[in-house]
Design a protein. Structure first.
Length: 217
């Protein structure tokens, strides 16, 4: 397997990598040794040409007439996604959504651990919530730097999002998963990935409506 990872990977491809990795890991756990793009396509509901193109960005991951070695490609994507090492992240905002995310067992899917949480509510700061210590906001910079945290999940109210993001940038964070509806302004070296649950739901409803309209024609 000839690897190549020095080219620019499209965002759409990058978003599919965890899906490929999780499925390959499932196959590996089941004892399957190899798979081809057609089988991957059927299982993941992704066009086989798209899969081959996605994989081609990383070099020759497979062999013509053989397909892909499940363990080899799984291990490659594990390294690509940093899943072969533990990554500590922090969560800022332990409200309803924050609480739900703390209960999510990241380690069941990959090597991600929420090692610290931050909130301004004195009723929960200083306590352990689902195994995660909750610190006061005034301790944010100190703990982020002490624990060498580079990625943060942001679930604060929208009106506080930008000011908290500024504090995270000042603390040295370079990745923010933004669950607030506010569009964050950050330096070029800070990557923000926004998850707008309302938009996602509205998009789903739109496509469902279009599907029903096509079915009734």
């Amino acid at each position: 397997m000839k690897e190549k990872v020095d080219n620019v990977i499209p965002k759409a491809t990058a978003k599919r990598l965890p899906l490929y990795y999780r499925y390959l890991r499932t196959l590996h756990d089941q004892g399957k040794n190899r798979i081809n793009s057609s089988e991957l396509s059927e299982a993941l509901q992704i066009d086989s040409a798209t899969i081959r193109r996605d994989f081609s960005y990383f070099g020759e991951l497979g062999k013509r007439g053989y397909g892909y070695d499940v363990e080899d490609v799984m291990n490659f994507f594990a390294r690509t996604l940093n899943d072969d090492q533990l990554t500590s992240v922090a969560l800022v905002g332990v409200g309803n959504l924050g609480n739900a995310l703390l209960k999510y067992k990241f380690y069941q899917n990959n090597s991600i651990r929420v090692s610290a949480a931050f909130d301004s509510n004195p009723e929960i700061t200083g306590k352990i919530v689902d195994g995660v210590p909750v610190y006061e906001m005034k301790d944010l910079k100190e703990q982020i730097q002490a624990q060498k945290i580079d990625v943060v999940i942001l679930t604060v109210p929208g009106n506080a999002a930008q000011s908290v993001a500024d504090k995270l940038v000042d603390a040295g964070v370079h990745g923010i998963l933004n669950f607030t509806p506010h569009r964050l302004i950050t330096p070029a070296d800070v990557i923000v990935q926004s998850v707008d649950l309302t938009n996602e739901l509205q998009t789903l409803i739109y496509f469902l409506k279009k599907q029903n309209e096509e079915y009734l024609k």
